[in-house]
Design a protein around this ligand. Sequence first.
Ligand code: 0X9
Ligand code: ZN
Length: 410
Amino acid sequence: MKKLMLLLFVVVVSSNDFTGDQVLRMTPATEKQVIFLKEWIEKTSLQLDVWREPGVTGNEVDIHIKAFDLGTVKPMLKQNNIPFKVMMNDVGHAVEEERSSNRKNAFFSRFDYNRYNQYSEIKMEIGNLVRAHRNKASKFTVGRSYEGDIISGIKITDGNSVSSKPAIWIDGGIHAREWISTAVVMNFIKLLLTSNSREVSQALSKYDFYILPVFNVDGYKYTFTGSRARFWRKTRSKNGLCIGADPNRNWDHKWGGIGTSSNPCKDTYHGSYAFSEVEVQNVANYLRQISNLKAYWSVHAFSQLVLYPWSWTTKPTGDDSEIKRVADIFVNTVRQRYGTTYRAGQPSTILYPATGGSIDWVRAKLGVKYSYGLELRDTGKYGFLLPTQLIKPTSEETCDALLASINAMQ
Ligand code: 0X9
Ligand code: ZN
């Protein structure tokens, strides 16, 4: 009896909404199979949680599927000759693993750069950094989120110039569940403020930095409200029966076209109109008033990619060779520390086309040549559940590569 109780206890405490769910990796081999998967995702009544959307033929498509649905989905894929394998065997278990690795160290009262931190902790740390580095750092606010929280970032300069320099913008956490993006951006802030390296000094001698670690504040907060919410991607605005729009489909450039959904219940919902999401509107307005914006970097996860415009078409921009040159510097530098391999290209040619994204808007409407999207680690073993032990190496290699790219701009 005692044993049974213990077993019951273990099962109850270690199970969650995702127990038995799996991430299936499909590799559509033909254009027809890509279209089939796209239509299935758009039309099915199953609750699919798409981790990597279908796009370019031969690219992996990762989908988190409810335990209950596996028995229908797997035979359906076999019937349609779509090759697939199990990428994550028990999503519930992986969520628990991440959660336990993210526990706060009771003896560590300071902000922990090797954890996934809550937004309240991040806001506090921004305040602390600004107080500790008064000469170099100041807080800026782009406005409020849908739920009314302050969207705050940090401006970093070299601390001894009176006039402003060309500006570099970096944001993380535009997609709520991509926690590693926020963690890496926080580490980049810390590095800019504390390192005496040649790379940091050089970057600060040329540029002012505007850094926003959590773009989608409401969504990010929501992903910390229990395991059920861990894979939330969108904003938290109300849209009929469903919640949220994709903040990377909501910008006013080619809004509402390919790679977006008009269904408010889908993860790539473009919103009811361009800039319907107050967070996106606020960031766009803030970007518009930065004088001399030289570069824009939007940090996402996962897939290990450096992306540049155009996202919506395979047509290149006019500055293709220069943009590529800097992207290649990112790829070569990010490999140096731990051998991490990235690929560079337009989303439309190496990932999937999509309209209404931030990098395209910044390129098209603000004329910023150096406009990049990053997809950080990994390539799908952990996906959005990258263990906290990997925050440090991921931050180190990304900071190396970001600095090298920034310092290489003409
Ligand atoms: O789909 C996205 O927004 C990005 N990938 S993610 O898995 N992090 O959601 C890719 C962004 C590339 N840019 C555009 N396609 N606009
Ligand atoms: Zn993303």
